[in-house]
Design a protein around this ligand. Structure first.
Ligand code: ADE
Length: 234
């Protein structure tokens, strides 16, 4: 999979793709990630990316030309891919949308600044608008980092087997069970006896019950999406 990210702050994203699972996936050739400076696609001496809003009002609006030039230049290189504008007005990212995006050959991510992007970019350039949640970031860069991380994890070969277990549990609609490691007692707080018992059947049952209970308490909306919890977790 190839991912291009277009931003006016490339340094904000530089480190995000150089560690851990994403770094390993890049080294293995599973994903090819490129970060581009939107100002490289401007045509004036000042490398201008924004201008005053027609009709007046506070703040600046990102001009359409650099976005069109950037995305069209990237598309010339081959597969047009799916161009996505990160914005709080977009479709909310969840694991289902992540799975859909992970199946694309190529993503082109446009990081807008929150004050606004000329409407013609939304209407005539991008294929989708995506939000990472109902809150306002200063720009799309942290949202792009979130989207890339979630999508790269799903590429075949990106995860080791122990990492993929967490993925599967969430994809099945349940939160993870509580985890403990040594010591068995810390500041008077003991690890549940069942985990020290060596009885793997009892441990599996305990974990499944904790998953269901935790999901019911913290995220009942997830359980509503599952028809039959006992089947899902059997
Ligand atoms: N840009 C600003 N806020 C955002 C959000 N919540 N999701 C995606 N992009 C954004």
């Amino acid at each position: 999979m190839r991912i291009d990210v277009v931003t006016i702050f490339p340094p904000l994203l530089a480190g995000a793709f150089e560690h851990s699972i994403i770094k390993r996936a890049r080294e293995r050739g599973i994903v090819d990630i490129h970060v581009h400076d939107l100002r490289d696609y401007t045509a004036d001496r000042h490398r201008t990316v924004d201008d005053y809003p027609y009709g007046g009002g506070a703040g600046m609006v990102m001009k359409p030309e650099p976005w069109f030039r950037a995305v069209e230049a990237l598309r010339v290189a081959g597969n047009p891919g799916c161009a996505i504008l990160l914005t709080p007005q977009g479709k909310r990212l969840d694991q289902g949308l992540v799975q859909q995006l992970a199946a694309e050959d190529r993503l082109i991510l446009l990081c807008g600044r929150y004050e606004g992007v000329d409407e013609r970019v939304r209407e005539h350039l991008v294929d989708k608008e995506v939000s990472v949640g109902d809150y306002v970031l200063s720009g799309g860069e942290p949202a792009a980092a979130v989207l890339v991380d979630a999508v790269v994890r799903l590429q075949p070969g990106a995860l080791g087997s122990s990492e993929s277990i967490v993925e599967e549990s969430f994809a099945a609609g349940l939160l993870e069970y509580p985890q403990y490691t040594r010591p068995p007692e810390f500041r008077g707080w003991r690890v549940p006896d069942v985990l020290l018992s060596g009885d793997h059947g009892a441990i599996d049952r305990w974990r499944r019950e904790r998953q269901i209970e935790r999901t019911r308490v913290r995220r009942p909306d997830l359980l509503a999406d599952i028809d039959d919890v006992s089947e899902t977790t059997a």
